[in-house]
Design a protein around this ligand. Structure first.
Ligand SMILES: Cc1cc2nc3c(=O)[nH]c(=O)nc-3n(C[C@H](O)[C@H](O)[C@H](O)COP(=O)(O)O)c2cc1C
Length: 364
């Protein structure tokens, strides 16, 4: 948008992604982004995204096919561009904390090494075979040869960044759209250029977005703490061409988030979340619960990503079975007081759009 031009919802991003409204539902790995959610968002004029990073290849293909059965509109598939090597430093110590938790949940102790499967190459092949129109990436950028392949096939790439430095790397690497993720955001920090010991770059959405907008020439999408039409319009005012929202979609009817997780979200507020590596080994924002406290109290560091994520899988599965939110990863952004209880995804999009149009028309 040029300075002085009036704000509008139909940004250039909509043309590039062939969507009606500049609203991207974030890919959220681990189950929330059911094919129903993705398809309903796309059918409502936004861009639905399947969070596929942890999906086994066959499950990924079947989810993509289900989405295609439910929508003719574009959708995206999100994957992680990171090393999936097993990293065993600190596993023994981390298991001490986890075994104490396992005892509380009546699960057997685990002592044997844990292997993490790396599905990246197969996932990439499936996205090509299934002609996925938009590939959404986090935790780094795609290898150059893969970017060339996507360009030849006119498949669009979105890349999530948390600093201007990362935005410049993503643009240079061929991203068509940059997702600027502020520190308010729920889920993993997308940071890929800062030492792993840290909690990632912690630049708030309001500070990050205009600085990224001024630094790159591709469209920028704002992510982090955007929950309603005010957030959408604010993002546009900061120079973003759209928003990527995760937390707001978690409590929709179509979301696959566990009911105990949805309840925890509804009862949380802007003070509830912390950034922790306890669940996966990578910093991520979620509602503080007993699992996170157990690591804080122990003084023991979690193992590295992805090993810690694999190590904690049995606990998260058991907690889900037991409807126990204290040992689930309750990823959430800082805007949870603004959450709606069980809207349909289509209603959420409609409200965002209607509200934004009202705000924008007042300022014409
Ligand atoms: C439950 C949850 C899971 C997430 N998983 C992913 C993921 O797999 N890939 C990704 O690129 N971003 C993921 N994110 C981050 C989103 O892309 C986005 O940056 C974030 O949701 C924006 O902040 P908000 O939650 O306040 O809307 C996740 C966010 C949440 C809340």
């Amino acid at each position: 948008m040029e300075r002085g031009e009036s704000l509008k919802l139909n940004t250039a991003l909509c043309g590039i992604l062939e969507i009606t409204y500049p609203i991207i539902q974030a890919g959220m790995a681990g189950g929330p982004t059911t094919p129903d959610l993705v398809a309903h968002v796309s059918n409502a004029g936004g861009l639905g995204t399947l969070g596929a990073a942890y999906l086994k290849p066959d499950d990924m293909r079947s989810a993509i096919r289900k989405i295609k059965d439910k929508t003719e509109h574009p959708f995206a598939v999100n994957i992680f561009c990171t090393e999936w090597d097993d990293r065993y430093d600190g596993v023994e110590d981390s298991q001490k904390v986890l075994n104490a938790i396992r005892k509380t949940l009546n699960i057997g102790h685990v002592t044997e090494p844990i292997k993490t499967a790396d599905f990246f190459e197969e996932q990439f092949e499936i996205m090509l075979e299934e002609n996925v129109p938009i590939i959404s990436t986090a935790f780094g950028v795609l290898p150059k040869d893969k970017v060339s392949l996507l360009k030849k096939r006119k498949i669009k790439i979105t890349a999530m960044v948390t600093t201007v430095r990362e935005a410049l790397i993503a643009e240079e690497n061929g991203a068509d759209i940059i997702i600027a993720q502020g520190s308010d955001a729920g889920g993993h920090r997308g940071t890929f250029q800062i030492e792993p010991e840290s909690n990632g770059a912690l630049i708030g959405t309001f500070s990050l977005v205009p600085q990224v907008v001024d630094s790159v020439s591709v469209p920028v999408v704002a992510a982090g703490g955007i929950m309603d039409s005010r957030g959408l319009v604010a993002a546009l005012a900061l120079g973003a061409q759209g928003v990527q929202m995760g937390t707001a979609f978690l409590t929709t009817v179509e979301s696959g988030a566990h009911p105990a997780y949805k309840q925890a979200l509804i009862h949380s507020n802007e003070e509830s979340t912390v950034i922790t590596k306890a669940f996966s080994g990578r910093p991520a924002r979620g509602i503080k619960n007993e699992f996170i406290k157990a690591y804080d109290v122990s003084g023991i560091s979690p193992a590295d990503f992805p090993t810690q994520n694999t190590l904690t899988g049995d606990i998260r599965r058991k907690a889900a079975e037991q409807n126990n939110p204290e040992y689930l990863s309750l990823w959430a952004g800082q805007g949870t007081r603004l959450l709606r209880n069980s809207p349909s995804a289509a209603d959420l999009i409609k409200e965002l759009v209607t509200g934004a149009e009202q705000i924008l028309s007042k300022n014409d």
